[in-house]
Write a protein that binds this ligand. Structure first.
Ligand code: B12
Ligand code: SF4
Length: 503
């Protein structure tokens, strides 16, 4: 028996004949490892673009399986629905799906996608049990963590406790992925994503972790890290499969969760791996000591979420009680220790005004960040901020079926067109705006009569033409690319120096 995984990682644009290895998925890599350890073969289909029904049919024919396993992302519900429909029309296979988007909204996903079963929470043991029950010839409908469609009813089984000790997990199955052609491996500064923890201690209102805490209440510790030794082993295993030195990206939600873990892990990593890496975490946890140890271990960039520059929005809407001064202090600690700083921000939040968005730009400018991105708020079902947006009648009836190539494209909230245009401009030009304000704060002459107040008025208005001219006059049109070039070329040299392998 062979189990086939299907991973949605669609990308817009002309790429038909281009090799595209898609995205790595830790969820699929670990589930496949469990199955293989139990003697069950696996394969993977990466949905990297839109496919016609006929194309889907031939891909499915090339990956025959009695059990298709979908990883679900809300952004891609429409194409996922198409894949599931084609599988159901052309085969008698069983379709099960999982992932955080399912865990926080199982009823609707089950109904909407027409699948045979959904997995709530961790699927490590549940999927092995399901695959084994196929082998025994009769599907077991009592498997914990799974809900089954049974004629007109749904069998809702309870959850089992969380996987307690991450050191006892098998190594991620890297063989499923076309590692050299992963999208992240084709960037100018390529990187391999790695992950050595599960869960997050925080409960930001827009994030699924907020709901997962509730689902898992009483079922074990939600935040778990591999031991430093096992984490290094895992990374070595992942690197061996790639067979090419590269930089690493820790995809863990909050890398700086435990001070002791960081110290122990970084010491070991520095000795045994030493490759340049980036990570992300909570800004208020960063201080000089942590930043120094991160830097010594090879951390060249650290990303933190500012999300909004308005304390009102952070405290009352996002459930992120971090005052401005702590944000500035954490980012300063990174900068003074020679770590590049990057921030995640959002715009288009419920109740957010243009003035609030301006505060986000200015806080990033004041922090002198090296890179900043600003996604457009997407309300994920099952999160507290979705409920708040719903109370304010901001959710459109068909919002779940909007397919966007990314969270940088448009707002899906029920708001007026002028505000939508402002939000798109803010997201698309965010870093250039931050840079302009930074130049202003640092006394760099922008144009004879351009003061901060002039910039503010321009930004708050509807006509953004002057900004477009300013960006062009100041040579900011290619800002991100130029900065990446400047910051990343030395890192590439570091990889070659450390490994003696030319990049
Ligand atoms: C790491 C991460 C990434 C990484 C890797 C993504 C990946 N595909 O693995 C990167 C940076 C690439 C990424 C990108 C994006 N991400 Co992301 N990401 C995460 C994060 C922080 C952890 C996911 C993870 O790997 N966990 C560890 C593994 C082991 O757990 P897992 O994936 O949940 O899998 C377990 C179970 O869910 C279950 N399971 C999973 N799949 C299946 C399938 C079956 C059949 C079964 C039975 C069980 C099962 O079993 C697994 C093992 O226990 C989550 C937050 C979260 N709490 O999950 C967000 C999250 C998944 N991402 C999110 C989003 C929105 C995105 C982007 C769309 C953002 C963007 N840039 O536009 C892109 C999408 C790209 C893509 N194709 O994945 C949202 C999804 C929300 C939603 N409702 O869809 C989340 C939930 C964060 C949030 N905002 O709340 N992401
Ligand atoms: S800190 Fe990050 S991962 Fe944790 S709840 Fe907040 S947004 Fe989610």
């Amino acid at each position: 028996m062979k189990v086939t995984f299907i991973n949605p990682c669609l990308k817009k644009g002309p790429q038909k004949n281009q090799i595209d290895g898609g995205d790595f998925s830790f969820g699929i890599a670990i589930l496949s490892a469990h199955l293989r350890q139990s003697g069950i073969a696996t394969s993977l289909i990466q949905i990297t673009r839109d496919f016609t029904d006929n194309e889907i049919q031939s891909i499915i024919t090339a990956h025959p399986s009695p059990l298709y396993c979908f990883y679900i992302l809300t952004h891609f519900l429409a194409p996922l629905k198409q894949w599931i429909r084609v599988i159901k029309e052309t085969t008698s296979s069983f379709v099960v799906c999982g992932g955080t988007a399912v865990s926080v909204n199982p009823d609707e996903i089950m109904e909407d996608l027409g699948v045979d079963a959904v997995c709530i929470g961790e699927g490590d043991e549940a999927l092995i049990e399901l695959a084994r029950s196929f082998d025994s010839g009769k599907i077991d409908h009592t498997i914990r963590n799974l809900w089954f469609r049974n004629k007109d009813t749904i069998i809702k089984n309870p959850l089992r406790p969380l996987w307690r000790n991450l050191d006892t997990l098998p190594h991620y199955d890297m063989t499923l992925f076309d590692l050299h052609n992963l999208r992240t491996m084709r960037y100018r500064l390529p990187y391999l994503p790695v992950m050595v923890s599960r869960g997050c201690a925080f409960a930001c209102s827009y994030c699924s972790n907020n709901r997962l805490h509730g689902i898992y209440k009483g079922l074990g510790r939600f935040v778990r890290f591999m031991s430093p030794k096992r984490a290094v082993d895992e990374i070595q295993h992942m690197l061996q499969s790639l067979n090419k030195p590269t930089t690493l990206n820790f995809s863990d939600n909050t890398f700086d969760t435990s001070r002791k873990w960081i110290f122990d892990f970084c010491r070991l990593y520095q000795k045994q791996i030493g490759l340049p890496f980036r990570a992300m975490g909570r800004v208020e946890r960063l201080d000089d000591e942590i930043c120094r140890i991160l830097k010594d271990a090879g951390c060249f960039r650290f990303t933190v979420g500012i999300e909004s520059g308005s304390e009102n929005i952070r405290y009352n809407y996002l459930n992120r009680r971090i005052p401005d001064h702590k944000i500035l202090k954490g980012i300063l600690a990174l900068r003074t220790n020679g770590i590049q700083t990057a921030t995640y921000n959002m715009c288009g939040l419920p109740s957010e005004t243009r003035e609030d968005m301006l505060k986000t730009i200015k806080l990033n400018a004041a922090a002198k960040v090296d890179f900043a991105s600003c996604s457009i708020f997407w309300p994920y079902r099952g999160t507290a901020l979705y409920d708040k947006a719903d109370e304010q009648n901001l959710i459109c009836a068909n919002s779940n079926h909007r397919q966007l190539s990314s969270v940088y494209e448009d707002s899906i909230l029920n708001i007026d067109d002028k505000l939508k245009a402002h939000i798109r401009f803010t997201s698309q030009c965010f870093f250039k705006l931050v840079y302009l304000y930074r130049m202003c704060h640092e006394g760099v002459c922008l144009a004879s009569d351009t003061t901060e107040a002039t910039l503010d008025n321009l930004y708050l208005g509807d006509d953004k033409g002057e900004f477009i001219k300013l960006f062009s006059v100041l040579g900011l049109n290619d800002l991100e690319n130029n900065l990446y070039e400047k910051f990343e070329t030395p890192i590439l040299h570091d990889v070659s120096r450390i490994t003696g392998h030319p990049q």
